[in-house]
Design a binder for this molecule. Structure first.
Ligand SMILES: [Zn+2]
Ligand SMILES: [Zn+2]
Length: 240
């Protein structure tokens, strides 16, 4: 049985500071047989980890998370970065290079902006897997609904820790028999496993919740300022 963590971020993602060397060291120490590096909008970190790995018995998959107009999707087994925010174009770019199309954390309760908002039924023919277990989905409901989505649409299921800190690596694992993950996914022969160390799950999950909240507040700031300026100028006009 092979154990893979299919969702790890390097320092090329703004939200993570994990170095390629650390990721390899920790992944092996946790008994993993393979990992996918899935940074936001870049495969640079993944390529670095892959290059650094000299162990033939350990697989490094080059992946990427892509923010599209309908939420995030993920490409695995990439050779080139996917550069588009258009969902269908992203799927085409992944498929054209022989990659697998995955929906990560399709239902995220605490980070609703990252939920997937396109009907899975319509994407079924293009979709290779759904992440039915994401290490940063703290509410448990999100992962449960994701699992149901995969089951309902008979789509393969995978798991990833979504690690941004080293203590999260390997928390959520994709299990399969044999040596070929791609085949296992295509034949729907993967299963998911949650190691569930409560402290790291708690820290990682809530850290991501607060960073999402912060992003929202920061985004709202200019709007609020504009509103304030408008109100002040209106007051001035009234005084006149
Ligand atoms: Zn994500
Ligand atoms: Zn992620």
């Amino acid at each position: 049985m092979k154990h893979y963590d299919l969702h790890i971020h390097t320092h090329y993602s703004k939200c993570s500071n994990l170095k390629p060397k650390t990721i390899l060291k920790v992944s092996k120490r946790r008994g993993l047989d393979g990992i996918a590096i899935t940074d936001h909008g870049t495969i640079q970190g993944a390529l670095e980890v892959k290059k650094l790995n000299k162990d033939k018995n350990f697989e490094v998959i080059v992946g990427q998370e892509i923010m599209t107009d309908y939420g995030e999707i993920m490409g695995l087994y990439l050779k080139k970065p996917v550069i588009t925010a258009d969902l269908k174009e992203a799927v085409v770019q992944i498929k054209r290079q022989g990659g697998l199309v995955v929906i990560p954390h399709p239902v995220t309760i605490t980070r609703s902006t990252w939920s997937f908002r396109y009907p899975v039924e319509k994407l079924k023919d293009w979709l290779d897997a759904i992440e039915g277990l994401n290490g940063r989905e703290v509410t448990l409901i999100g992962n449960h609904l994701a699992k149901l989505k995969a089951k309902k649409n008979t789509i393969a299921i995978i798991a990833g820790s979504d690690a941004h800190f080293s203590l999260e690596i390997g928390n959520c694992q994709t299990l399969f028999e044999g040596d070929n993950l791609k085949n296992a996914i295509r034949n729907h022969q993967t299963s998911i496993y949650w190691k569930h160390p409560p402290i790291s799950w708690f820290i990682g999950g809530w850290a991501s919740f607060f960073s999402a909240l912060r992003k929202r507040l920061v985004k709202q700031e200019p709007k609020q300022k504009k509103k304030l300026v408008k109100q002040q100028s209106q007051k001035k006009i009234l005084k006149k």
